[in-house]
Design a protein around this ligand. Structure first.
Ligand SMILES: Nc1ncnc2c1ncn2[C@@H]1O[C@H](COP(=O)(O)OP(=O)(O)OP(=O)(O)O)[C@@H](O)[C@H]1O
Length: 319
């Protein structure tokens, strides 16, 4: 079966065809409601514990103190729009170690989203120069879904809707595709529900959203929560969050930030793109980078974001 993962990677017309666009697969013989959620969780737990015993993630590390090992190394990365050959990225350098949180800020149109899309292998862009090494592997040689299986996750500014596919089926298929790739046994729907349940609570998401089609008719905030749920399910080692704070009310922002913090371990890292300091109050970055004209022109700690908020980009511009 083709993998559903890439549908969360490409929200545009370039979304690869899915094996289940019209007829929702009914993997789950029940609907999710507050009434049956505890029952299902209790039933799922014993077998789930046995299944996950060998591959549970390390305990959460809210401090973000990592191992010091390099997770992602980007060197002199240049990329063009594939169709027009217009150069967008002009020699980006960035190193992210395990357990670190990095924030990229920058004016509209400076290349932030393009950078993240190039990292996940979006077909609209072509890398012309430079290298990207992820977990010691040449990332640029991997197909988008292989990047996902390798532990890269991207949450888009505008998450894609998938008509005809229930959120629950999508999450199960995504999780099992990754498990299969890593030689782990697939989870049954019941086991998966036990695995999913605490993650649902962490994101503070109502179980009724599991029955709905992926992102279809979701509000902007609900889509963002759903993205974080996907991230939690896939347990990515590097999560790229593109403006995860946009369109969120204060409570939703706190929920989403709390969930992201809970996912942080000494082994995984976050690269977040944001325009606003307020997100960084909740998810504390180790490094803040400023991007301009397709390049990172300054790197500092969280005080850089505060300075930016106070003084704008004028003081940082290279031009
Ligand atoms: N597929 C594309 N075709 C044409 N131009 C593109 C394409 N993708 C990006 N660009 C251009 O590249 C530049 C950088 O865009 P990008 O979306 O990366 O900026 P950004 O820093 O994320 O902006 P914002 O903060 O507004 O989201 C923009 O001028 C944009 O129009």
């Amino acid at each position: 079966m083709a993998l559903p993962l890439s549908s969360s990677i490409f929200p545009s017309s370039s979304t690869p065809s899915l094996p289940f666009t019209k007829t929702p697969s009914k993997l789950f013989p029940f609907t999710f409601s507050p009434q049956n959620i505890n029952f299902l969780t209790r039933r799922a737990l014993p077998s789930l514990k046995a299944t996950l015993a060998v591959d549970s993630p390390p305990a959460a590390n809210a401090g973000g103190g990592g191992t010091g090992r390099v997770l992602l190394e980007v060197k002199d990365l240049r990329a063009v729009v594939a169709e027009s050959r217009q150069e967008i990225l002009r020699g980006v350098n960035l190193t992210i170690n395990e357990g670190e949180v990095h924030a990229i800020m920058g004016k509209n149109g400076s290349g932030k989203s393009t950078f993240s899309k190039v990292l996940v292998g979006h077909p609209d862009y072509e890398v012309t120069e430079g290298t990207v090494v992820f977990k010691g592997e040449n990332l640029l040689e991997l197909k988008p879904e292989e990047r996902s299986h390798a532990g890269l996750f991207m949450s888009f500014q505008t998450p894609v809707e998938i008509p005809g596919v229930s959120n629950m089926d999508f999450l199960l298929m995504a999780a099992n595709a990754k498990r299969k790739k890593h030689g782990q046994p697939e989870l049954s729907p019941l086991e998966f529900f036990g695995y999913l349940s605490p993650k649902l609570q962490a994101v503070n998401m109502d179980s009724k959203f599991l029955n709905r089609n992926v992102n279809e008719g979701f509000s902007g905030g609900e889509k963002k929560r759903n993205e974080i749920l996907q991230l939690a399910v896939l347990e990515a080692e590097l999560a790229i969050l593109d403006e995860i704070d946009s369109g969120l009310d204060v409570d939703a922002l706190q929920d989403v930030a709390k969930a992201v913090n809970m996912l942080l371990t000494p082994h995984n890292s976050i690269l977040m793109i944001t325009h606003y300091q307020r997100l960084l109050d909740y998810i504390k970055p180790n490094y803040v980078h400023i991007m301009e004209d397709g390049n990172i022109i300054k790197t500092g700690d969280s005080s850089l974001a505060k300075l930016l908020e106070k003084e704008g980009y004028k003081g940082f511009s290279e031009q």
